[in-house]
Design a protein. Sequence first.
Length: 102
Amino acid sequence: MKRALLCSAMVIALAGCAGGGGGSAVSDDDVAKAIAQAENEIKLANKADSLWLATEKHLAAAKEAQKAGDKDMAIKMAKKATKEAQAAQKQAADNANVKATF
């Protein structure tokens, strides 16, 4: 679980660095990668039984924006879905190790 979270964080960090200079156009491949990353994170959150309600809605919005040709919105919504799925995974991991303190 920790390895998956670490790898996901590294992929997102590297993807952010790969953006390069300002004004560069978003490609269809970038959108597809962002949506695939979101789908993967959602699968991991489902596996941990901790998927948040709006996460899949954000992914659906990303796919709709992709179909409509709005690449920037598609990337934005896919990243939002990815972040929520990762947060849900972290929440599940934190809740698995709860200890009562008195």
